[in-house]
Ligand binder design. Structure first.
Ligand code: CUA
Length: 327
């Protein structure tokens, strides 16, 4: 009975322990160190908590007559000062010792990925060694497994924060600066990340996915991502592309290989094969594509794209089919 109440402070924290965005389900080198540190901190704090409560209980209920006696001061000094000092110093030393592990060096000449935080999405630029032009994408970071990948973090407007709890720690993206983080994933998987610094309106809806693949699959993916869109095969998709251009979508969005070359919103060249839509908040399919175009201000209020709610049903379906075909 008493134990249940003693555990109360832990319940809230343990509620967040599962799933693809958990720091306590680590899948990478840095994340594993951070999870180990978290558990040591939790156990250390719990030990202090139990001992201090035990001493308080003893002082109040069992030996109230000993208040002010030398033995009472012993309890205060031992349980209230010495014990927390020893436990907290040990934990502090341990946490500082992790620094070098978390700032892992990366082989020079390896792939770099630039992530630029924008209100309220992420521009992703792949910089393979020896290549001048970056390969531009959005809201999804692909990495090869089993090797450290350097992520260069920037911001185009306000402070954002890049955090993929299962893979690494969290680092702010500060305008005018380039911060650096190393991601390393052990096995192929899909990990969710979240902007972890309040950046205005739909900050809570600024998420992304990290997709870790075998080096072979990653190379294949990157090669396809670098391509412009191919010829739109069917009349439906041709109509969709015309609609996209004529409605002004290309003023803000780029679809490489077409006249759409806007730089304000996410690059949509391969939007159809992304895992999610709208910075990690919706599954990606023809229905959510149509819903996003027509009703994005309801789905993500305050985002910088207007709701194109004037499209007739058929036009909307055609446009969504075109976007889905951008594989
Ligand atoms: Cu970007 Cu919060």
């Amino acid at each position: 009975h008493l134990g249940r109440w003693l555990l109360l402070p832990l319940w809230g924290q343990l509620a967040g322990c599962r799933g693809i965005q958990s720091a306590l389900a680590p899948s990478g080198t840095a994340a594993r160190e951070i999870a180990a540190l978290w558990w040591s901190m939790a156990v250390g704090a719990f030990i202090i908590y139990v001992i201090v409560l035990g001493i308080a209980f003893y002082a109040v209920r069992i030996r109230p007559e000993r208040h002010g006696s030398p033995a009472g001061y012993g309890l205060i000094l031992g349980g209230g000062v010495a014990l927390p000092l020893v436990v907290l110093s040990t934990l502090l030393t341990y946490s500082f010792s992790l620094g070098p592990t978390l700032r892992q060096p990366v082989a020079s000449g390896a792939l770099q990925i630039e992530v630029i935080g924008k209100q309220w999405w992420w521009e992703i630029r792949y910089l393979p060694p020896g290549q001048k032009q970056p390969i531009v994408s959005a809201n999804e970071v692909h990495i090869p497994i089993g090797e450290p990948v350097e992520i260069l973090l920037k911001s185009a407007d306000v402070i954002h924060s890049f955090w993929v709890p299962p893979l690494a720690g969290k680092i702010d993206m500060v305008p005018g600066r380039t911060n650096r983080l190393v991601l390393q994933a052990d096995q192929p998987g899909t990990y969710r990340g979240q902007c972890a610094e309040y950046c205005g309106g739909p900050h809570a809806l600024m998420a992304f996915y990290v997709i870790a693949e075998t080096p072979k699959n990653f190379a294949l993916w990157l090669e396809q991502e670098a391509q412009p869109v191919k010829d739109r095969g069917s009349p439906l998709l041709m109509r969709g592309q015309r609609l996209f251009i004529n409605s002004g979508c290309g003023t803000c969005h780029t679809v490489r290989g077409t006249p759409a070359g806007g730089r304000f919103g996410p690059d949509l060249t391969h939007v159809g094969r992304r895992y999610s839509l709208a910075a990690g908040i919706l599954p990606n399919n023809i229905g959510t594509l149509a819903g996003w175009v027509a009703g994005n201000q309801i789905l993500k209020p305050g985002n910088k794209m207007p709701s194109f709610n004037t499209f007739e049903g058929e036009a909307l379906r055609t446009l969504a089919a075109y976007l889905e075909s951008l594989q």
